[in-house]
Structure formats: C-alpha cells, structure tokens
Design a protein around this ligand. Structure first.
Ligand SMILES: Nc1nc2c(ncn2[C@@H]2O[C@H](COP(=O)(O)OP(=O)(O)OP(=O)(O)O)[C@@H](O)[C@H]2O)c(=O)[nH]1
Ligand SMILES: [Mg+2]
Length: 460
C-alpha cells in the first residue's frame, strides 16, 4: 500500500439499483475534501462539525447536483481507522454512486483505497487487538489474492491460541506446586516435574521463534525491502519503473544517473514490497556519487532480497562488481537474485550461469519476463523467511511481553535445576504466566485458584 498520509476512498458497502451505498474516506483531509463538494441543509460547513454527527445535504460536481446524501463525521482518533473518517450514504443508481465516487476522486486529493487498506490503517494506528490478527492478512493481501494469502493467514493465526494453551498448562503446574506448599513437610509431589521441564523447553522454543519472527513482522508492515543494485547503466531505474508501472525514477543513457535511492511500494500476491532503486556501483572520485554508492551498499545490506542487475551485453565485469558489495557488506549470496537485463538486443550474448547464484533474464525496457521475475521475488521472500516460521509477531507490546516471559522462564529453569523451594518456583512461574497473559488476556490469581478447584477436589 502506498503513502500512509494520503486520504483514501472506497465504496464500503454492496451496491445495487435503489440500494444505499456507503462511500468511505479516511485520512488527514477527508473532511475538508468532502466539504468541498457537499452542501449541507443546515448551512453549517462540515469542516467544523463535531465527531459522530450526521449531516443531510447534496453532493455537487461543478455545479451539477449528483445526489442527496447523509454525511457521517468521525474525527481522529475516534474512528475505525484512527484517522479522520467520513462516510457518505448515497442512494440512486449504481451510476450515481459511481458519479459521487468520481466527483471525490476527481478532486485529485484522494486515491482509491487498496483492498483492506482501511483495516490496515486501523491496525497501524493501534485500533486492532491481537485477537483480530486474522485481519492482518487482509490488510496486506489483495482481494484477488491466491494461496499465498491463505499461507500468510495461517501463519498469522494460531500463535495466540497456542500460547493460551501453554499458559493453561502452566497455571495447572503452578497450582500443583502451590498445593505442595500447603502440604509442606509431608514430602508429597503433586507436580510432574519432568512434564513441566518438557513444557518449559517447548515454550522456550516457541517464544524464541516468535521473537525472531518480529523482525519479519515489522518488515511486512514496512514492506519487504528489495534492493536493486548493479553497475551504472545496467537498467536498475528502468526496472524499478517497469515493476511499479510508472515513471518513478529518472532513466538516461548516461552512467551515474541515479545518485540517491528512490523507493516505492508494490503489492504482489498479497505481500507488500518496498522496491529500492540505488546508485550504480563503480569507482568514482565524485563525492556526491560516492555518497550515493555508500547508500547502495547500506540498502543492499538491509534488504530481504537483492536484485543484482547486469547488462547482458557487458557481463564481463560481473564477478568483480558483485564481489565488491559482497565484501563490503557481508551480503550473503543467498540474498542475491541476478537479473540479466536488456535481453531484447538481437546481438546479445546468451545468459551465463553463474555458480552459486539464481539468475533470470529480462528486458526492463520492453517488459519481457517481468511476470516471471515478480513470481520469483514472491517465492524467494516466502521461502527465505516466512516458510520457516509458523507465526509472525507484529506487535511490539507482545514482543516485550514475550521477552519478559522468556527471562522468567530462564529463572524457572534455573530454579528447577538447582532444586529451589516451591515458593520461589511458584513466583517465577507466575511471572511467566503473567507475561503470557498480557498477550492472550489478563491473568489473575483466581485463575490459579480456579484451576485447583476444577482439577482437584480437596477435602473430599
Ligand atoms: N535495450 C534496452 N535498454 C535498456 C533496458 N533497460 C534499460 N535500458 C537503457 O539503459 C540505459 C540506462 O538505464 P537506467 O535505468 O537509467 O540505468 P541505471 O542502472 O538506473 O543507471 P544508473 O542510475 O546510472 O546507475 C537507458 O538508456 C535505458 O533506456 C532494456 O531492457 N533494454
Ligand atoms: Mg538509475
């Protein structure tokens, strides 16, 4: 999804002849934008209206009445997305609804929302809880999404439930240990310590994996970074433009055109990518170009995948050039996808296989093989990261809770190993339960009591 500050617009309900359709806008200038085409009956402009108010009036485009509508105002942060939101309920035919939508987008001050983008914004603005994590899939996926979307969805679901189940078991153990305290002196073991150790070790593994996944979770929110690297004139900027389908970066036959990095978002198969065009890498005495090249290295290092663009007509220096960023940035070879560009030239030499690198032949200029390249980018991204993990952590609060839980968990393990007393053990175990509870729901001591009474009938 593109710029987060833009106002977005979409038809929010099903449309049909005679039905009422709701057009929703969200963003900084949503209210001002609607104000520019809306004449309220009350004569008081909606610009000054309070949050959660409804206004009857007419929508005009260039003096022409389009429809009589109801306009609902929701001011930030008290709205679905957390931004200023306007909902326009209009009637009339599908044609009229479309006209109203067009009148708003024709102002040039908003753009059509991508699928799930309202939810995405709600999530980014902290309007959504973990229990709604399934919606995260929607926010990054397009409606036409494929099995990758399902894969992502599955990755995202589940982990809260898993932690919840482990927490329940820990509560049971804590209850047993506390019971032993009540019977102290009688040397009875209610708790199965072997089972507890296994459970803790599994939990440790799960938490570590979740903590590791946080980097990827963040990456998904920010867009998976894909750096476009290579020698000057290889066609990096042309490739960026071709992928984005717009003239985003300057292209010229002169080597050293791109000095600073240029980046933009593109959603492929439901995954949000951030493509970064960089300055061509070469030895130069020009200070500005040098600084640009320094940036190219940085972007390559931070990227999830590096598209290393090589002009197929001048592939000779390939290994020297590629070794340069490899040496400089400790870039791992697995992160590189070699893109042989300019494959439209009839006199070109054939592509060379380079040991240790996956490569693909395209023509950025003539848009040859671009779809294959996109597919490889998606596949490499899923294979490189997502597939290894069953769940992705995206919330920094959960990240902190899990870190604390892990710390307490180490304490419990130490105490178990050193044969600490039950009361110490119970305190640290409760610590783990507490921090897990911060993610899955609240924990009270009643939970522990409840478990005692439900699983045990003391005194009977
Ligand atoms: N024939 C052909 N020419 C291409 C292709 N891609 C890019 N070019 C041309 O190659 C030249 C350089 O393209 P750019 O996209 O500016 O190259 P760059 O890698 O961004 O170059 P720097 O910014 O200088 O590092 C331009 O004249 C492009 O039109 C291609 O697929 N085929
Ligand atoms: Mg360039």
């Amino acid at each position: 999804m593109k710029g987060a500050n833009e106002t977005i617009i979409a038809l929010a309900t099903a449309q049909g002849a005679g039905a009422i359709a709701v057009i929703r806008l969200s963003g900084e200038n949503a209210i001002g934008l609607v104000d520019s085409v809306f004449k309220p009956r009350s004569k008081t402009p909606i610009n000054t209206a309070d949050s959660h108010t409804v206004h009857l009036g007419d929508i005009y485009e260039e003096g022409r009445l389009l429809d009589e509508v109801l306009v609902s105002i929701f001011r930030a942060p008290r709205s679905y997305t957390g931004e200023d939101v306007v909902e326009i309920s209009c009637h009339g035919s599908v044609y009229i609804q479309q006209q109203v939508l067009n009148a708003l987008s024709n102002t040039g001050r908003c753009r059509l929302a991508e699928p799930g983008e309202f939810t995405f914004r709600a999530f980014m603005n902290g309007k959504m809880k973990l229990s709604q994590a399934e919606a995260v899939a929607d926010l990054i996926a397009s409606e036409s999404a494929t099995e990758h979307r399902i894969a992502l969805q599955q990755m995202r679901g589940g982990f809260a439930q898993n932690l919840h189940e482990v927490r329940e078991q820990l509560i049971h153990f804590a209850a047993m240990i506390e019971l032993e305290l009540d019977f102290s002196g009688e040397d009875v073991d209610f708790a199965d310590y072997t089972a507890l150790k296994i459970l803790l070790s599994d939990l440790k593994h799960t938490i570590k994996q979740l903590l590791d996944s946080f980097a990827l979770g963040n990456v998904i929110k920010q867009g998976v970074p894909i750096a476009i690297i290579g020698a000057p004139n290889a066609g990096k900027s042309t490739l960026l433009n071709a992928l984005l389908n717009e003239e985003r970066a300057l292209v010229s036959a002169e080597a050293g055109t791109t000095r600073d990095t240029v980046e933009d978002f593109l959603t492929l198969q439901g995954i949000r990518f951030r493509f970064i065009d960089t300055a061509g890498i070469r030895d130069t005495s020009n200070q500005v170009e040098k600084m640009g090249i320094e940036r190219s290295f940085e972007r390559a290092r931070d990227a999830q995948l590096v598209l290393y663009v090589v002009d197929i007509n001048t592939p000779e220096g390939f290994l020297e050039t590629i070794n340069h960023p490899l040496d400089r940035t400790q870039l791992s070879r697995e992160k590189i996808l070699v893109v042989w560009n300019k494959c439209d030239n009839p006199n070109q030499s054939s592509t060379k296989h380079i040991e240790g690198f996956e490569s693909i032949a395209i023509s950025a200029k003539n848009r040859l093989n671009l779809e294959v390249l996109k597919e490889r980018i998606v596949a490499r991204t899923l294979q490189g990261s997502a597939n290894e993990q069953s769940a992705i952590l995206t919330n920094s609060r959960h990240y902190q809770s899990l870190q604390l839980a892990l710390k307490e968990l180490y304490t419990v393990e130490q105490e178990l190993a050193s044969g600490s007393s039950q009361d110490l053990l119970s305190i640290s175990l409760r610590g783990v339960i507490q921090h897990l509870g911060e993610i899955t729901g609240s924990v009270t001591n009643d939970d522990i009591l409840g478990s005692i009474f439900s699983s045990f009938c003391i005194g009977k």
